[in-house]
Design a protein around this ligand. Structure first.
Ligand SMILES: [Zn+2]
Ligand SMILES: [Zn+2]
Length: 280
């Protein structure tokens, strides 16, 4: 059976940064996602429980199977590979275990380094996915943190990640909201660059007997984006995603209408999913 997962959806309470848990459950109920991971930046709360309860409630009304909910966190990682500046990256840690109000995992220390992440992974079994790695110079507020393509490639092969998001809908969503088209070409180039980097790293790791799973997520900050970009994997149950990440048996999928503005840059007869063709 082919299962669909969106392993990066925000339910942050702070600011305007996440989706209301009830609204998210309602949205997910209209999609055919089998598994979702809900998370907040740097922090663990119990909002996953609210999403889960609402999904169950909706399932009891509609008779449709409720999507499973994974606990997760999006952390900020300070990373360096020999250069004089540190880079700053986001990652998603998918917990193997479920939690309750009383036994939640610790928050991930903001801008913790690789050692902190190693410890965190040891304390909380799961899989760590590099998030939206196309973003260069991510931390605009701190110009001393400068990501470079070399650093990103190095990080992909560092062993800290079991998978990387080679497609993140947040880039697409961000561009949809930009008033002008000036950034479309950049975005498509960034996606292509990431595809090339991923292929190189995957080949290198393959020779060393290590795998790196290709993943796709909505990085959902608003409901509408959830459902169109996801990771497919073969399995009998949703927890098989962990084994499939280990085997790099996942597939990154874009299943959204190509925004009209993109057509001008990729060709009228082409779809975004054809440009971003670097699945398994
Ligand atoms: Zn992020
Ligand atoms: Zn995110």
């Amino acid at each position: 059976m082919i299962l669909k997962a969106d392993t990066h959806i925000h339910v942050d309470q702070k600011g305007n940064h996440g989706i209301d848990p009830i609204a998210l459950a309602r949205r997910v109920n209209t999609t055919d996602l089998d598994l979702i991971a809900v998370l907040e930046h740097n922090k663990i709360t119990t909002r996953a429980l609210i999403v889960e309860a609402e999904l169950q409630r909706l399932a009891s009304i509609t008779g449709k199977k409720a999507a499973q909910v994974l606990w997760a966190i999006e952390g900020g990682l300070r990373y360096r590979n020999g250069g004089e500046r540190d880079g700053y990256y986001h990652f998603v840690h998918l917990f193997e275990d479920s939690f309750t109000k009383y036994n939640r995992p610790d928050n991930f220390p903001h801008k913790g380094g690789p050692n902190i992440l190693e410890q965190y992974k040891a304390s909380y079994p799961g899989r760590t996915i590099g998030a939206h790695l196309t973003w260069l110079d991510y931390d605009g507020k701190n110009p001393r943190l400068t990501n470079t393509p070399e650093m990103t490639e190095d990080l992909m092969g560092s062993g800290l990640f079991e998978g990387v998001e080679i497609v993140s809908a947040s880039n697409i969503a961000f561009l949809e909201r930009t008033p002008r088209n000036q950034n479309f070409i950049d975005a498509i180039d960034a996606v292509r660059d990431l595809a090339r980097m991923y292929s190189r790293v995957r080949e290198k790791l393959h020779k060393a007997g290590v795998t790196l799973a290709p993943m796709a997520s909505s990085d959902g900050h608003f409901e509408r984006i959830v459902g169109g970009v996801f990771t497919e994997f073969e399995g009998g149950e949703t927890s098989d995603i962990f084994g499939q990440i280990d085997a790099a048996g996942t597939k990154a999928v874009i299943d959204v209408e190509t925004p009209r503005q993109y057509k001008r840059h990729i060709g009228e007869n082409r779809e975004l999913r054809d440009v971003v063709r670097f699945q398994k």
